[in-house]
Design a protein. Sequence first.
Length: 492
Amino acid sequence: MGNLFSKPKPQAPRVLTDTVVPLHKWDDQGVNRAIIMLFMMRFDDVLDPEKLRSSLEKLLSRDDCRRLGARLRLNDKGKLEYHIPEQFDEKRPAVAYSHVKYGVAIGEHPLASRLPRPSAKPSALGDPNEFWSLMRREDGPTEIADYYARDEPQLSLHVVSFEDATLVSLTWPHTLLDAMGYHELLTAWTAVLKGRDGDVKPLHSVDHDPLATHGSEPREPYVLADKRLSKAQKVLFIFRYAYELLRYRDEERMICVPAAYVEKLRARAVSDLVAARGDATEKPFVSEGDVLSAWVTRALTRAVLAPTSDKTIMVVNAFGLRWVLADDRLPRDKAYVSNAIASVYTYLSVKDLLTKPLGSVAGAVRQAIVEQGTSAQLETRRFFELEAVKSGWPALYGDGWMNMLIVSNWSKGRFFEMDFSAAVVREGGGTGRTGKAGRPSYIQNRRYMKNFSSRGAIPVVGKDGAGNYWLQSTARKGFWDKIQNAMDEESP
């Protein structure tokens, strides 16, 4: 869990010529400070590492993108600041770059050869943490203090080259950006890589925080107000959660859900909802994301709890603010490369989760998004969260005995569609290719977390070129055989 009371590391000397601006409110939060993200893309082609490096550095040298190359510092009040160099050079580059080259095919490398490949049925595959040495340089940052203590660039690019494949990884502190912010970064990077600098959207202003007043007042009654936990219930929930993390170790797996299986799952969910309504005139809508949320939470719960249990499961779905705030705070003509994530909450008993049809569960997830995902509801929820912070207690809803699962769907980021073909030196000829040249065939992330755990978190990384979905999940160590059995039982 880390030491909650550890003293901050001494900071690197300040550079007087740096431009200093504060971080946005949604960026400088405790949970964001605690997480260092690593994101690896496998390409079944040989890519030019220098083209990758130079194009990313060129992007970050643009006037409106220079914040992405800024250094982090703590001010006298303990708040994070961006210190933007007057110019980037070899001593203070925009990006920390490293490159390793192996003169063998990826299938001959003892570690890289074990990277997961698509499966014929839903399967829990390799542990993504096994591959950390392929994702970063040996002395790469592992906590937020490394950035302000070492004058470390916020973005680290690590490229691993094989004779027939390339691994491209970026590392950054979560204070910099979220999944959709990363989508904006990759979209801009690939545009510069292709020589289409004019396609890069300008970033929202560095010195203006468009979300600074979001949540300053409630706009309407909150739909979950009657579920708010008392202080005693919060103590119970937090104690149970902390005990679970301290008592049992984590174990993470990649999960591949084949394309045909997802199609059948969604068709089954829609059929369930039609049957429940008894009205065929209007076809109900549930997205693939809703269905995957329902499916994976059922599998994880079935591995732990009996279907007769009345315990509450709180399914937390990460919800991006960029679309709902596009008409006022976050216009689409600019890229918001920061954090803008809220949450919506679905509450189900274990009995309902495991015994009701899949469509019922997916429909409950969709209904929660519809009810809680409006601009007014999200701002009202934010108001109560900010008020709770002042009291020293989080704003929690549900009951003190509930279990929590967190689904973060990155599919809208379309990471498997990112086009790095302009950096392709030689196309790979392997039979495992699942997409076009210069597109990632496999993606995984890894997190360094201080004082937090990813237990119960389920990032949906996205859909590969063949339509297979890739998920990650962290569960109690020793439970993955049970989870695999539960996935096997969930027939489409």
